[in-house]
Design a protein around this ligand. Structure first.
Ligand SMILES: [Zn+2]
Length: 376
């Protein structure tokens, strides 16, 4: 069916393209055929018109970092007490008890708030989460998380073919995952042409552990039998990630809170993309990333909600609003929208199908809320 979708405004998110007033998008079988003004496209179109009225359309949103496995932990972990307290509380929870109802609610919330794709970390149930997402109608990149000291004999990535996404592998973090495991995980993604994800420079304890300094979090890990013979690289996290070969143009580095100007320059030089999780960082109490420096560096940026164990909801518009409200200096609506549309689409391997409104792409839309638009 060919249909013309009309909206008062549309941001195509094609770099440099202006917002279109009285916009029209010609859609055939769910694929965009043409984008322009209603005055132009309406003239030659004789089929159905779906007039959305006084709304501001943009491409469907992409949440670059979530952990849907933890959907049942909404409201279960304490806010604002620092990373160690948060992890201790998390570890007391039934982390791996998937709850179908909670997952359904999470997916419903993603859809209701305009999200069409997730970059989702799966610590234990990558195949199940990919299957669940495939059935949900969302697009996905599920990252099977590598953690610990053992390189699997054959592959990190479980087998499985999916129509709406794929499974790749993520390293959990420099301090929980042996350097050989991280290197092997990255090598597997490289060989398969898939993106790689890594929690990086999230909190002060990560910096201390890497530097070989005392850390309550290292004490906690060692009390649980982890990192007993850990040899600190005596480098900053970003430098260690770079030296292990983990940073390149297919890497999504998540958090990047505890970074120096040199660290930012390093990430930029390697061409990696950074996913900021502002509300998760605030919730856990690790401080905030130097967003302004990241932005000024030209590093491609994305936004992620992180898990419901460290955020109140999965609404990316709330993430965008929080960023804009706390950002010092200039940040345009286009800058913010890029972080939830074309930037994550590219790094998550969906650059040809999602992220912008242009011919050949999937006709998935989100509506920019007035409460966000009013901040610009
Ligand atoms: Zn995470």
């Amino acid at each position: 069916m060919v249909e013309l979708v009309r909206a008062a405004k549309a941001a195509t998110m094609i770099p440099g393209a202006p917002v279109i007033d009285d916009a029209a998008i010609l859609v055939d079988q769910g694929i965009i055929k043409e984008v322009g003004t209603f005055a132009t496209l309406g003239r030659t179109h004789s089929g159905d018109v779906l007039d959305l009225g006084d709304v501001f359309l943009c491409p469907g949103l992409i949440n670059a970092h979530s952990h849907l496995e933890l959907a049942h932990l909404r409201g279960k972990c304490p806010a604002n007490q620092g990373f160690v307290t948060w992890v201790e509380a998390l570890l007391k929870q039934p982390i791996f008890d998937l709850e179908p109802d909670a997952l359904d609610r999470a997916v419903e919330e993603l859809k209701r708030t305009g999200t069409i794709m997730v970059g989702d970390i799966a610590t234990r149930f990558a195949k199940e989460m990919a299957g669940m997402l495939e059935a949900s109608g969302l697009f996905f990149a599920v990252f099977c998380e590598a953690i610990g000291e053992t390189v699997p004999k054959r592959t990190f990535i479980p087998s499985g073919e999916f129509g709406a996404g794929f499974i790749s592998v993520a390293g959990h973090a420099l301090y929980t995952t042996h350097r050989d495991v991280l290197r092997a995980a990255k090598a597997e993604t490289r060989a398969k042409g898939l993106p790689f994800s890594l929690h990086l420079a999230e909190h002060d304890d990560e910096v201390a552990i890497m530097a070989g300094e005392p850390s309550p979090f290292l004490d906690l890990l060692q009390a649980r039998g982890r990192l007993l013979d850990f040899e600190p690289p005596k480098k900053r996290p970003v430098q260690q990630a770079a030296d292990l070969g983990l940073l390149d143009e297919t890497t999504l580095a998540v958090h990047c809170v505890k970074v120096t100007s040199d660290d930012i320059a390093t990430v930029r030089a390697f061409g990696a993309t950074v996913c900021l999780c502002p509300r998760s960082n605030e919730f856990i109490g690790v401080g905030r990333a130097p967003w302004e420096k990241w932005f000024a560096s030209g590093t491609p940026l994305c936004l992620g909600t992180d898990s419901l164990a460290s955020n109140t909801d999965l609404d990316l518009w709330n993430e965008a609003r929080y960023l804009k409200e706390h950002f010092n200096g200039g940040l345009s609506l286009d800058d913010v929208l890029a972080m939830v549309t074309r930037n994550p689409a590219r790094i998550l391997g969906a650059g040809n199908t999602l992220g912008t409104l242009e011919p050949g792409k999937v006709a998935s839309f989100a509506l920019v809320p007035e409460s966000l638009h009013a901040l610009f």
